[in-house]
Structure formats: C-alpha cells, structure tokens
Design a protein around this ligand. Structure first.
Ligand code: 5BU
Length: 277
C-alpha cells in the first residue's frame, strides 16, 4: 500500500516530474505541510510565504483574490519557492469545457500555467477538461489534482462522482498527479477483476480542512487534525490556511513561524507513525 511507503521512495518511482519534486521535497525538508495563503494583498502573501517557507513543501494560492496582483508578485513568489525549496499550487478549481479552461490556464492576466507547478480541476464538465488543461500544462511539466472530494459540509463530491474522478485520472497518467480528497480515494475496496490501466498508480492525496484549534469556521469548513488526515485517513499532504496565517492580512511573522512548525511537526509525526502501523 502507498501509505506504507516513504515520500522518498515514491518520489524516485513517480512518472510525473512535478510529483517527484513534491515528494522529494517532503522527504528532504521532513514536511508534508502545504500552507494556504488566502490574503488579498501582495505584500502579505509574500511575507507569509517567506515566513512559512522553511517548514513547508508547497504554497497554495488563490491568485484572483489579490487586489494588487502584478507579474512581479509571481516573480517574487517564484524566487521564494527557490529560496525555501517549495512548490506553488494555484487552487484555481477549473470547471469549464476543455477549450475554455485551456485559455483560462494559459492566458488572461494571471497566466497560471507559466508559474504554478500544480493546479486543480473539477470533473463536472467531463474529461474534456483534462484534455484542455493537459494540452497546456503537460508540455510545461505541470501537474494536476482532481477534486475527488471536498472538505466543506454538505459538499456534493461523493460516491459515484468521487469514483469517476479516480477513473478519469487513470486515463491521464502523465498529467493527473493526484487528488484533493479527505481519504485514500485511489485504494479501492472492491476489485473489478483484472487490473485497469493506471491501477496501482501512485497518487498524491492533498487534503484541506486541517486545524488543531478549531472544528469549523461557521461557513461550512470542517477541520480535522493532522493525525486524522495523515495517519487515520492515509492522505499525503495537509493543507493549512487560517490555522497558520490567522485570517485577515495575517499573523505576525513569529506567530506564522510558530504555527508552521507546529503543523509541520504534527504532520510529520503522523506520517512516521503511519509507516510504523
Ligand atoms: P483554511 O483557512 O485552512 O480553512 O483554508 C482552506 C483552504 O483550502 C482554502 O484556500 C480553501 O479554498 C481550500 N479548500 C478547502 O478548504 N476545501 C476544499 O475542499 C478545497 C479547497 Br478543494
């Protein structure tokens, strides 16, 4: 089972370069923490990414909430990714037909594909969305996560829809590197007899809705602990937003460092215990 393997061994064997990079980064820095930096000012975004940088494998952005976005933000974020050794994930949640998402991914003001190692998509429009995104991202060495499940209360990404995401991923083995999910959605309980193409593939499960001090935010978000996510549910990466940056334009640097270390330690402990299970 994937959950018994180290990030390092998975990195070495992974067919998608950006998944190799992410897993190798986890091993090197001993962290499975992705910080979600959901602030509306460029300076705050960069400050938080810089403070959290040493403790994380990935920074997740919502670039369209930044009021003073410019290309220099991207340049500086890329420089921080180099300085601290982390990847960048724009949490764009593409959800249109292939031709439209191809343009949304490559063009417009944000030109997401030019700087974001990882992005994600809903399967609602069907597999054409993967063809469209892959046409842009794959030649650039990017990776995609499918939104197989979500963290919010009452969300509709369940059951057959979740299973369809896993099936679709298996048809894009060079581009879909994993899932946003709450558990190991790629490990099937039932076997359909025979091994489908891509079955047994290594998917990176990245999981939002992680918090140590709160159970929810009053707007549907539901929080679980790193232990529940990594050890009990077999996910690979914890995504923490407000638990680290604190909301608004962000905690002071020393508090960001303190919380980042706290989540890094909790996530890594849960991973090590999972290897021992
Ligand atoms: P929080 O502050 O830790 O609650 O932030 C969670 C982040 O993860 C935020 O950027 C959401 O947009 C994102 N997210 C989520 O919370 N739940 C999901 O199912 C998905 C993304 Br997909």
């Amino acid at each position: 089972s994937i959950t018994k393997r180290t990030y390092g061994s998975r990195a070495a064997a992974h067919p998608i370069p950006v998944a190799q990079q992410l897993l190798a980064c986890c091993e090197r820095k001993q962290t499975n923490l992705c910080v979600s930096v959901d602030v509306t000012k460029k300076a705050a975004l960069l400050r938080i990414a810089d403070a959290a940088g040493p403790y994380i494998c990935c920074v997740k952005t919502h670039i369209d909430i930044v009021e003073d976005f410019d290309q220099d933000l991207v340049k500086q974020l890329q420089a921080l990714a180099e300085k601290h050794d982390f990847l960048i994930w724009e949490d764009r949640k593409f959800a249109d037909i292939g031709n439209t998402v191809r343009l949304q991914y490559s063009s417009g003001i944000y030109k997401i594909a030019s700087w974001s190692h990882i992005t994600n998509a809903h399967l609602v429009p069907g597999e054409g969305i993967l063809t469209g995104l892959a046409s842009v991202g794959q030649p650039l060495g990017r990776g995609l996560l499918l939104l197989a499940e979500m963290s919010a209360k009452g969300n509709l990404a369940t059951g057959e829809y979740t299973a369809k995401n896993v099936e679709a991923a298996r048809r894009f083995p060079e581009f879909v590197m994993g899932f946003v999910a709450m558990r190991r959605v790629d490990e099937r309980e039932e076997t359909a007899g025979g091994v489908a193409p891509g079955e047994g593939a290594d998917y990176v499960i990245m999981t939002p809705g992680v918090g140590l001090d709160s159970k929810g935010d009053g707007m549907g978000q539901q929080y679980r602990t790193p232990d529940e996510v990594i050890k009990q549910s077999g996910c690979d990466i914890i995504i923490v937003g407000r638990g680290i940056y604190g909301g608004g334009e962000g905690n002071p640097d020393d508090e960001i460092v303190r919380q980042s270390k706290r989540y890094q330690e909790a996530g890594w402990k849960a991973y090590q215990e999972r290897l021992e299970l």
